[in-house]
Design a protein around this ligand. Structure first.
Ligand code: NAP
Ligand code: MG
Length: 791
């Protein structure tokens, strides 16, 4: 044999990782596992069990307790009992425990990696080099947050008992993403792993004991979908954190609506992988292999849609096919295997079915010439080309090793195609022209964008979705906030109130007027011409406001949608100038507003004057933040920059509470404007005159048409249309609990973000306004951009 022949035939020999350690661990438990509650393992109340299998062999691995209502209840009770002490342990105390957990994970990394590969079927290369190290990193990072908790999160408190439900694709990593922030913030948890993959969660429970996690702080209830539902619906739970399908996410949104439970949803995706002609095509091919064949494509942020520039498409696809031919599929415990097994037969059938459907819809199917192992559940890496943008292959999350390829000609077309799905989890952009890549990164609607890279994760950078990929983030300070509630008692010291003026109202407020609506920069009569009488505290008729109906709402939302992109494109500095101008014009007419407020509330001119003063202060504060609420650059464990953009949410609708007639309106529109949103606001239903009068201030302050729209009327009518409207990206409700429940329930269509914000007068009238950060946060959504440096 010549040396050339040896080189050509350099075949891989088997390089299996030893499974003994994990086998011994399974045997030590006699292949049977209980539920972990209050620091102890116990059988399920019903005695029921289910089996977990090894996807690479189809063989059973162990029997796991099936959690039912009694078990969930016991776990919630244990978590509740443990929470106060865990919180009062303080930041440093919790940091020490989280640090110990990180160390435990590192010390047992080999056991965890092998166990994960056995139970899930993913290659050991991935569990060993990616999943488990990221788990340890997550606990380290959150030990740090716990340490600085009191100073960095002053004013916030833990939400309480958290129900956490995770999928099977990254069993231990998703557990870490859930448990680390919850514990750092002082919460206790009840976590349900996915039915297919409970083993590493149970092993983790043992590590909790070893790390000195107090009993009841972490509870693991194994079970099926029904067990998850029981957790979601348990009244003793304060927050649900869910990762899984959009379908189940929708059910959970519905089930938690109006219950007061905090919610974060990390759902599905159909993420674009965009390759420009000037990209380094060989690197892009490697990136794509990682994007779509990492974890057999069973990745929520998988780059499952290849968008490649037409001019280089043929060359790129041919390189890709060459690379596909070198992928090795087989025993996931083999260290030289790239592609492991699919989680279960049901998923295998679903993948195969979707590929067949795509073929019937005209897609060309190319599959890597891999040898398919005789046993276990395997599916070869697959490339679908000749795919049209509306077809199944381009729209449906396949959640398997299947790539759909499409072409584009211009950057604008690439962006349009990229955004042409209901999802918005991640995107990858490839070009050697960094300014082009960063420009495209800014236009793609997704929670993460990777530039010339893919699948980069780190605890310092929040991960989560836009649109139907869910809401909330995991990682970073934004991830920690998902486990906290704002508590005004923890706020900063107050300034003295301004000195009230001696003046009392000299005359009743002006001539009786009928105020119009304010839509698209114009004062308009309501669609049906109806109005509502406003009666002052003295019982005297003060005037009339228009009663907006569904059609007026739609016009207002349309005006806001049209105006928002242009407004967002202005600089923060330019937006601040408009806000300062609003403050100036309001101040100039302060006495008139104070009189109107006093007549409505009956509490005197001085109170009215004070409210106007606070409105002016708010507008100044919003103007100040407009160019200062900036993103950050994260310290990820990665050579490059990972930066956060605080982007506007889009169109925000809000309903103001009864009580102060102007302050909630001004605070709301101020913060929306500051962050580049357009808004549709319904002022207080009972005291709307000052708000209606404020239209005149808006008209004279250079506010672009459509950026602010005001609709007076009956909130019960307006709320429904706004909450259901697909053109509204977020809805804020400041008011009664029933209204809040409706908002959450009706928002399920486009899964708009909802916020049941402050409803009491004093929440608005504090000085300084300690809630301002909360408003800023709700007026923005975080996008993380990853850009490597150098070669
Ligand atoms: P899934 O069916 O939604 O299951 C997720 C979890 O929810 C499992 O623990 C499941 O339990 C449980 N569950 C099922 N029905 C439930 C119900 N009615 N109430 C409460 N819990 C319920 O999703 P999957 O098929 O396991 O996972 C794949 C999906 O997760 C994909 O769509 C993927 O994109 C998404 N994902 C998203 C992210 C992200 O960060 N955005 C990360 C990973 C995965 P059982 O397993 O016992 O049925
Ligand atoms: Mg399994």
């Amino acid at each position: 044999m010549t040396i050339a022949e040896i080189f050509n035939n350099l075949n891989y020999g088997p390089a299996p990782e030893a499974a003994e350690l994990a086998q011994a661990w399974l045997e030590a438990h006699q292949g049977s596992f209980g539920i972990y509650i209050g620091g102890e393992f116990r059988a399920s109340h019903s005695g029921g069990q289910f089996e977990t299998d090894c996807p690479a062999t189809g063989e059973p691995l162990a029997k796991i307790a099936l959690g039912g209502p009694e078990d969930v209840d016991a776990a919630v009770k244990a978590a509740r009992a443990a929470q106060p002490n865990w919180e009062s342990l303080g930041g440093h105390g919790r940091a020490k425990v989280l640090y110990a957990l990180a160390r435990q994970v590192q010390k047992h990394s080999r056991l965890l990696a092998v166990l994960e590969t056995l139970d899930n079927g993913k290659p050991i290369r991935e569990t060993r080099d990616i999943d488990v190290p990221l788990v340890a990193r997550h606990f380290y990072h959150h030990a740090g947050w716990a340490q600085i908790f009191e100073t960095e999160f002053s004013g916030y408190r833990p939400v309480g008992v958290c129900g956490q439900i995770i999928p099977w694709n990254f069993p231990l990593l998703m557990l870490a993403w859930k448990i680390a922030p919850a514990l750092a913030a002082g919460n206790t948890v009840v976590l349900k792993p996915a039915e297919f993959t409970s083993l590493t969660a149970l092993c983790f429970a043992e590590l909790c004991d070893a790390a000195g996690v107090p009993p009841g702080v972490v509870n693991i209830v194994t079970g099926e979908g029904e067990t998850g539902r029981l957790i979601v619906e348990h009244p003793g739970i304060d927050k649900i954190a869910f990762t899984g399908s959009t379908e189940v996410g929708r059910l959970i949104r519905k089930a938690t609506a109006g219950t007061g439970k905090k919610l974060s949803l990390e759902l599905g995706g159909k993420s674009p992988f965009i390759v420009f002609e000037d990209a380094d095509l060989d690197s892009a091919v490697e990136g794509l292999v990682d994007a779509i064949w990492f974890n057999q494509g069973q990745v929520c942020c998988a780059g499952s849609r290849l968008l490649v520039q037409e001019s280089c498409a043929e060359r790129f696809l041919s390189k890709l096919k060459d690379r596909m031919a070198t992928l090795r599929m087989g025993d996931p415990l083999d260290k030289a295997v790239d592609i492991g097994a699919i989680i279960a037969p049901v998923q295998l059938e679903r993948i195969a079915g979707l590929v067949e459907q795509s073929r019937n819809e005209g897609a060309e199917v190319y599959q890597a010439p891999c040898e398919i192992p005789a046993r276990g559940w395997f599916y070869p890496p697959t490339l679908l080309s000749n795919v049209s943008p509306a077809s199944t292959a381009a729209q449906v999350e396949i959640f398997g090793p299947v790539l759909a390829a499409m072409t584009f000609r211009t950057p604008a077309e690439a962006v349009a195609l990229a955004n042409n799905t209901v999802y918005g989890l991640a995107a990858s952009v490839w070009s050697e022209n960094l300014s082009l890549a960063l420009d495209v990164a800014g236009q793609v609607k997704s929670g993460t964008v990777w530039v010339n890279s893919t699948n980069l994760f780190d605890a310092a950078s929040g991960f989560g979705g836009y649109r139907e990929s869910g809401f909330g983030r995991e990682g970073g300070s934004e991830g920690l906030l998902e486990y906290l509630v704002f508590d005004r008692l923890g706020s900063s010291p107050r300034k003295p109130a301004p000195k009230p003026s001696k003046r009392e109202p000299t005359s009743p407020p002006g001539i009786d007027r009928t105020y119009k609506l304010y839509i698209g920069g114009k004062q308009v009569r309501p669609d049906q011409g109806f109005s509502l009488e406003v009666v002052g505290s003295s019982g005297r008729r003060l005037g009339e406001v228009s009663r907006a109906n569904r059609k007026d709402v739609r016009n207002a939302v349309e005006a806001a949608r049209n105006a928002q992109p242009g407004w967002a494109a202005q600089t923060g500095h330019a937006r601040a100038q408009v806000l300062y101008y609003l403050a100036e014009n309001l101040s100039a007419r302060g006495a008139q507003f104070a009189e109107l407020l006093a007549a409505m509330s009956g509490s005197g001119f001085a109170d009215g004057e004070r409210e106007v003063g606070l409105c002016v202060e708010r507008l100044f504060e919003c103007a100040a933040w407009a160019d200062k609420y900036d993103g950050r650059v994260h310290g990820t464990a990665f050579r490059g920059i990972t930066y956060t953009l605080n982007e506007p949410v889009g169109v925000i609708a809000a309903t103001c509470p009864d009580g102060p007639g102007l302050l909630p309106l001004v605070a709301t529109l101020g913060v929306c404007m500051a962050m580049g949103n357009a808004c549709v606001v319904a002022p207080s239903e009972t005291t709307p005159l000052a708000a209606a009068e404020f239209i005149q201030v808006l008209e004279t302050s250079d506010v672009p048409a459509g950026v602010v729209n005001l609709l007076t009327g009956l909130q019960s009518e307006l709320r429904k249309t706004l909450a259901e409207h697909d053109g509204v990206d977020a809805m804020w409700h400041f008011g009664d609990a029933e209204g809040g429940r409706q908002v959450e329930l009706l928002s399920v269509g486009n899964l708009k973000q909802t916020w049941l914000g402050p409803s009491k007068s004093h929440d608005w009238s504090e000085r300084p306004w300690s809630a301002s950060k909360e408003f800023l946060r709700h007026a923005t959504q975080v996008k993380n951009v990853w850009a490597p440096l150098g070669e």
